[in-house]
Design a protein around this ligand. Structure first.
Ligand code: ARG
Length: 265
């Protein structure tokens, strides 16, 4: 214990010497502001396949409610944000190997993920819903998905909700088709490859709005969730700064304004 204390003091001294006064230090290529203790730049991973939270805009750039929110948080906390777009099920792995520093992706702060990462305070209440063909009057609850073919976006809580044996599973006996993108799951439904898609409520609404003659949303409130920003475990300074900025944007109405702007309501 004592020895550890000494090593820690030594490490802190080295860190202080390296960081100098009022400047920035550079350890492992990450510049840290010596006053705030925060990185000057944060690489934020997302999966821009999830409107209105994140999607690729007409210029090929990631945009959406989450992207605007993390920019706002970065501005207030004093770090630059760089967005990295990747597969949803690669996000947490990439964060664990240092490829990205943070995740904002309509990601549900669920218990399983909390074992691996820290989450900020929540910023959006959501839940899983079903999308079915417009003329389907058979599927009304998650239970009705039993023995049916259902498409999901791989690695999402929608996937887990119908995956037998998972803690989050709400219905057994589903034949799950895992797709890389939510939009692909919807196309498969329209083409008759599956009977339902399980996905978060607002993206479901947007996908249905794009094909109103073919598909509809079915709501069963069995799976309620909250989105939060994921960070590696133990980065307390960063987490506190994010939570402080988040509390501010909630309080001063900025979050509501963004929700309005991006139709995230
Ligand atoms: N809320 C769900 C989850 O956390 C789905 C998130 C999907 N997000 C995305 N950007 N594709 O698993």
């Amino acid at each position: 214990m004592k020895k550890f204390g000494k090593v820690l003091t030594l490490m802190m001294t080295v860190a202080m010497v390296l960081s100098g006064c009022g400047g920035t230090s550079n350890s492992n290529d990450k510049k840290v502001d010596s006053e705030s203790g925060l990185p000057t730049k944060v690489v934020v991973g997302t999966n821009a396949e999830f409107p209105p939270f994140e999607y690729v805009d007409d210029n090929g750039q990631p945009d959406g409610f989450d992207i605007a929110l993390i920019q706002e948080i970065g501005n207030r906390a004093g770090f630059e944000v760089e967005i990295k777009n990747m597969d949803f099920d690669a996000l947490l792995m990439s964060m664990s190997t240092g490829g990205i520093d943070m995740v904002i992706a309509g990601m549900t702060a669920d218990e399983e993920r909390k074992k691996q990462v820290d989450f900020s305070d929540g910023y959006f209440q959501s839940g899983q819903v079903m999308i079915v063909k417009k003329d389907n009057n058979e599927i009304k609850t998650f239970d009705d998905l039993s023995s049916k073919k259902v498409a999901v976006q791989q690695g999402t809580t929608g996937d887990l909700s119908v995956t037998e044996g998972d803690e989050k599973c709400v219905v057994d006996g589903v034949e799950v088709k895992r797709m890389n993108k939510g939009a692909d799951a919807v196309v498969d439904l329209i083409n008759g490859g599956v009977e339902a898609v399980v996905i978060d409520a607002l993206p479901a609404e947007q996908f249905v709005n794009a094909h109103p003659d073919d598909i509809k949303v079915v709501v069963d409130e069995a799976v309620v969730e909250e989105y939060a920003i994921a960070m590696p475990k133990g980065q307390e300074t960063l987490k506190e700064a994010v939570n402080k900025a988040l509390a501010e944007v909630k309080e001063d109405g900025t979050l509501d304004k963004l929700a309005e702007q991006y139709d995230a309501k």
